[in-house]
Design a protein around this ligand. Structure first.
Ligand code: NDP
Ligand code: MG
Length: 396
């Protein structure tokens, strides 16, 4: 029996994870669930999966959840706040943590799970971007196993030889090819991008995801974050990770070896495949995902990304090369910019513009410890927030 805690259970990845777990009651036990403030959805999940513990961040939401559970006669304990979440990540009755909180907010609990030697199913790519080397080091020291959930990185993990050591390059690999759907604006002319709405940006053609990652997919910053994630996770220099636009999202990524062989992982675009892979690894377990019908699909297309229309990718590549605290700054500025776009304070091209302005002011330094990284994150958030009005007014 593997005892699993699902952090970010009320989100898109969390719901898919609970779906896979519920298919294997003989194999997995849900011991803890965590989210921010969605107490209604959390109550339903607690009544269905009967965890020992539920952690919310909002005290008001936690109080409502506790009252709901009492009324239903459920025994789940409710706790609240960041310290409770970190304790839960390290708890003795937790074997595996699904890290699916969105944004840098997921870093402390992901680190706690790594330090405590858990199997960490890493969906929260922002924590690898913000503090990648520190997270890998914590996992090594704690004896944790990190398995990527991001579909591309999970695909790469599957295409690499067994026995991978995270952060170290696998022998014989020449390149990694990271596929990108191109997002909802793949064919939108540059002069129309200033007029796109949050609803259009969140209507991803292939994947149903949370709003933040949906906007990231639309700007291609998602692929930029994933480029950094791949370099850290697989110990590759940025020059050896190439982004290829593949609108069908069937080939989830590819690994090219020095002999010219390319190994790819294919499947329907459904996050339950990488989730089931990471939960069952090294075995294979049923995920609920339908078989891929290749003849119905007919064609698979590939093209180069357009970094003129999508400058976020160019910014992320420069940051991947710079290293230090630059990735933390890029991520923090992006989180502020995306939130501003979603609340209609910033137009779509303004997202990359704001990030570039913050990066221009950043004096890069080593990401020596967590304090250095968190200081860079705070600095970038403050600056991005203060530059918001001027950036919003600047026009495309
Ligand atoms: P959602 O927005 O759907 O869900 C986010 C989850 O995080 C919710 O459960 C939310 O709780 C919780 N949360 C937010 N802030 C906090 C906080 N401060 N403390 C505790 N919990 C918090 O996001 P997704 O599921 O789409 O994405 C989650 C992560 O997985 C992201 O890092 C994303 O990049 C990554 N990912 C997602 C993919 C996808 O297909 N969705 C694919 C690949 C990676 P509440 O409901 O209470 O707000
Ligand atoms: Mg991805």
């Amino acid at each position: 029996m593997m005892r699993v805690a699902v952090f970010g259970s009320t989100g898109s990845i969390g719901v898919s994870t609970l779906d896979v777990l519920a298919r294997h009651p003989e194999r997995f036990e849900v011991v803890a669930l965590a989210a921010s403030s969605s107490d209604g959805r959390m109550l339903e999940q607690c009544l269905r999966h009967r965890p020992r513990l539920a952690v919310l961040q909002s005290p008001e939401a936690a109080a409502r959840l506790a009252a709901g559970l009492r009324a239903a006669g459920a025994a789940t304990e409710v706790r609240c706040g960041g310290a409770a979440l970190e304790e839960c990540a390290a708890a003795g009755d937790v074997d595996a943590v699904m890290a699916a909180i969105v944004g840098a907010a997921g870093l402390p609990s992901t680190l706690a799970a790594a330090r405590a030697g858990k199997r960490v199913l890493l969906a929260n790519k922002e924590s690898l971007v913000v503090a990648g080397p520190l997270l890998l080091e914590s996992a090594r020291r704690g004896g944790a196993t990190l398995i990527p959930i991001d579909s591309e990185h999970n695909a790469i993990f599957q295409c690499l030889p067994p026995g991978l050591e995270t952060g170290r390059p696998a022998r014989g690999v020449r390149r990694i090819l990271l596929t990108a759907s191109g997002g909802p604006f793949l064919r939108t002319p540059a002069d129309r991008l200033a007029g796109v709405t949050p609803e259009q940006a969140c209507a991803h053609p292939r994947w149903r995801m949370g709003r933040k990652i949906s906007v990231d997919s639309a700007t291609l910053m998602n692929k930029g974050l994933e480029l950094i994630e791949a370099c850290v996770m697989f110990g590759m220099e940025p020059a050896r990770v190439e982004v290829v636009v593949h609108p069908q999202s069937i080939v989830h990524s590819l690994v090219e070896y020095v002999d010219g062989s390319i190994i790819a992982q294919l499947g329907n675009p459904d996050m339950r495949t990488p989730i089931a892979h990471a939960l069952g690894w090294p075995e294979r377990i049923v995920s609920g995902v339908q078989s891929l019908d290749l003849t119905a699909m007919g064609r698979l297309e590939f093209e180069a990304p357009d970094v003129e229309r999508f400058p976020a990718l160019r910014l992320a590549r420069a940051v991947a090369e710079a290293g230090g605290t630059a990735p933390a700054v890029l991520n923090a500025a992006n989180e502020v910019a995306v939130a501003a776009f979603l609340s209609e304070q910033l137009d779509f091209p303004g997202i990359a513009r704001l990030i570039e302005r913050v990066l221009d002011r950043h004096g890069n330094g080593p990401a020596a410890d967590l304090d250095a990284v968190l200081a860079a994150d705070r600095w970038a958030r403050g600056l991005a927030q203060s530059m918001l009005p001027a950036t919003a007014g600047a026009g495309a």
